[in-house]
Ligand binder design. Structure first.
Ligand code: SAH
Ligand code: SF4
Ligand code: F3S
Length: 451
């Protein structure tokens, strides 16, 4: 009997990559591979890579260097680079790291088995040609058994001038509503309680499906999809990300207010609070429009959590323009904001411009913005003090094993004393006793004994 081969996947980047990694892990397990924690013990090492900023890309090269060395001692090691760096670099990656066996873009995640069979047949394989994504027939091996990602639309048709995603993820491809519903029914049968629907621009969902019209009168939208999915028994919570301010609709907010399982949580990146910068970014909205969206959300759902992404130090950004970003953040009060210093990316328009800012200016603005974000998040957390919140128990608190952790409907991480084996996957009412900027602590609300 041969010993089973072992695999390790390291994932960088966003939720799409995490979802792709889970599907690739599922394929490897169906092929008989066993998972190991330490890449140095694996016979197959797969890096699922991100290229959104330069530091994300550089990290991969240092990891790869170490595995390439290992391969000299162990020629049976299979080395795979998947994801967005693979798509961006293609053949060039093989020249840089000739030890690689397989370079595969994100659109090929579902075809890992076919590609590996070519590798085991003796070829070095590069799979980066744009393709129609094969509908998911594989069983994902998911990291959580309570919450799951479900892709609804792949790719992005926007052309934000700083962003590599359209180059590496290809054009928009929506999955059929029935396929998404079937996947969620299976998840419910396996005991999953929460699903996050994923798309780089999830508001574009449906516009490429047959029957949709080019004028934009879509036959099928994200809102329709939510109505179609919300009644699946067993799935208690539905989230979606990422929303684009340009396409975000009042109808969608109304759906969230109407459908009890759809959480009061919105992730809507604004990127900049300045109209000239937004124009240079080709974002297609103004800060006034963004403020109106938030206002409308708070009209229907006063307690909704709102998170976003922002970039500082975009080419040409003046101190006054940066101040407009600070003003927007101060006014809106985000529950969480992912911030980044602008990083010039290959193949994007803004990287070619000659008005790049010095790193020191970017770092200073990033630090000032982060400080404000922390202050505002702390203020937002205050509203939870003393409240009873519904928490979906997802795990043990790694720092205190007498506590479990989960999230509020608004996505705040919450800890409370309890036994994970008993509470796993349950919705528990918790009274919040302690608030921090990005997390909460509480205790289980005593239920009265039935009379
Ligand atoms: N589709 C999402 C964002 C995907 S990328 C959207 O439209 O908002 C995730 C985040 O990375 C972006 O929101 C942006 O804030 C950041 N980002 C993208 N390209 C970047 C770059 N070149 N430099 C710095 N941050 C960048
Ligand atoms: Fe990038 Fe813009 Fe597409 Fe988001 S919408 S993935 S920022 S191009
Ligand atoms: Fe990174 Fe690709 Fe996601 S570049 S952020 S992993 S789409």
């Amino acid at each position: 009997m041969t010993t089973p081969r072992r695999y390790n996947i390291t994932t960088f980047g966003c939720q799409m990559n995490k979802a792709d990694s889970e599907r690739m892990a599922g394929i490897l397990e169906e092929m008989g591979f066993l998972s190991v924690e330490d890449p140095n013990e694996a016979d197959l090492v797969l890096y699922n890579t991100c290229t959104i900023r330069d530091n994300a890309e550089q990290k991969v090269y240092s990891y790869l260097g170490r595995q390439a060395k290992r391969k000299h001692e162990n020629p049976n090691l299979t080395l795979v680079v998947a994801g967005c760096v693979a798509q961006q670099e293609g053949e060039a990656l093989l020249r840089r790291v000739p030890e690689l066996d397989l370079v595969m873009g994100p659109q090929y995640a579902n075809q890992l088995q076919d590609l590996l069979e070519q590798v085991f047949g003796g070829s070095q394989v590069v799979a980066t040609e744009p393709i129609q994504i094969v509908e998911d027939i594989t069983k994902a091996r998911r990291d959580s058994d309570t919450t799951a990602w479900v892709n609804v639309i792949y790719g992005c048709n926007e052309r934000c001038t700083y962003c590599v995603v359209p180059n590496v993820r290809g054009i928009e491809q929506s999955r059929r509503p029935e396929a998404i519903r079937t996947e969620m029914i299976e998840l419910a049968a396996q005991g999953y309680k929460e699903v996050t629907l994923l798309g780089q621009n999830i508001d574009a969902y449906g516009r490429d499906l047959p029957g949709s019209t080019p004028e934009g009168r879509h036959k099928y939208t994200l809102t329709d999809l939510l109505y179609f999915l919300h009644d699946i028994p067993g799935i208690e919570r539905i989230r979606f990300a990422t929303s684009h301010p340009r396409y975000f609709t009042e109808r969608l907010i109304q759906a969230c207010a109407t459908l009890p399982k759809v959480c009061e949580y919105f992730h809507i990146p604004f990127q900049s609070g300045d109209n000239q910068i937004l124009k240079a970014m080709s974002r297609g909205y103004t800060h006034e429009k963004y403020r109106r969206i938030i206002h409308t959300i708070r009209h229907y759902l006063p307690d909704a959590s709102i998170t976003a992404d922002a970039i500082v130090g975009f080419p040409g950004e003046t101190e006054a323009q940066f101040q407009n970003t600070l003003d927007l953040v101060a006014e809106i009060g985000f529950d969480q904001l992912n911030t980044a210093a602008y990083s010039p990316r290959p193949g994007t328009p803004a990287a070619q411009w000659d008005n790049q800012l010095p790193d020191a200016v970017k770092a200073d603005r990033l630090q000032r913005l982060n400080h404000l974000v922390g202050t505002k998040a702390a203020e937002r957390s205050q509203r939870y003090q003393g409240r009873i919140e519904e928490i979906l128990v997802e795990g043990c608190n790694p720092r205190d094993l007498t506590q479990v952790m989960g999230r509020t409907r608004g996505n705040r991480l919450t800890f409370f004393p309890g036994d994970f084996a008993e509470l796993k996957g349950q919705l528990i009412n918790v009274k919040i006793t302690e608030v921090r900027p990005f997390s909460l602590t509480g205790e289980v609300v005593q239920r009265l004994a039935p009379v």
